[in-house]
Design a binder for this molecule. Sequence first.
Ligand code: SF4
Ligand code: SF4
Length: 239
Amino acid sequence: MDSLETRERLALLGGLVERFGVDVVSSCSIDDETRARFHGSIRSIASRLDHAILLGIRLSAEVLDTIEGAPNWTYYHHYRTVNFALDQAALFAARECRRLGGRALPIPASQVMDWERLLGHLSHRELGERAGVGWRGRNNLLVHPVHGSQVRYATVLTDLALPSPGIELAAGADCGDCRACVDVCPAGAIAMDPLAFDLDRCTAQVRRFSRSEKLNVLICGICVRACRGGASAAREGIA
Ligand code: SF4
Ligand code: SF4
C-alpha cells in the first residue's frame, strides 16, 4: 500500500484519466449488501474488493439534440464512442491501481449480462449514488447536479483505500418539481415517484426502437436528452 492519503489518491487517478475525456470522478466503499446485487460472474472476485471508482463522461448536448422522438444513428455512434472511451479510462485506472499496489477489476460501461431485464455487471447508478455523484432520478438514471442524466459511467472495483463518498452531495438534492422526463417518455414508464419507474415498459420500448429504427443496440436517449439536472441541485465543489 502506498503512503498517499485517500483523497490525494483519488485526485491522482482523476488527473490520469482526464486524457480520456473523463468529466466526473468519484469513489465509494462497497459492502456485502451492495455486492449481492452484482452479477454472479463477478461476485467472487468482488468479495475481495471493497471500493469502487466511478468514471463519467458527459454526452454531447449537440448529439442529444438530434434525438427527436426516437434514437438515431448519430446517437448510436456517439453512445458507442463514449462507452469505448470509458472502457479505456477504466482499463487505465485499473492499471494505475495495480501500480499503486492494489487489485482492480474494470467494469464495462455497457455490457448486458441479463438480457431479460437489460442489466449489466452492476448498477453504475447505484454506485454513483453511494459515491455522491448524484441521485436516482425519476427516469431510473443517475442525475448529476450539473449534467443531469447526460453522463455515462464505468466503474473500477479495487481494494485500494479511497474516500467514501468521494463527492459530497448536498443534503436533500433530488429532482424537486421537475417532470421533464415524465412528459417525454413514449412508453409512459416514468412516474413522479422514482421507485415507481416501470422497467418493463422501458425495456419494451427500447426493443421496439431497435426494430423500428433498425439499430442493432438497445438504446433510447429521449429521457436522457430531457434531463439537465434538478432544480434542487445546489452542491458545492462539483467537478
Ligand atoms: S429510455 Fe426511453 S422508454 Fe425508457 S424511460 Fe427513458 S424515455 Fe422512456
Ligand atoms: S428530467 Fe427532471 S425529473 Fe427527470 S430525472 Fe431528470 S431531474 Fe429528475
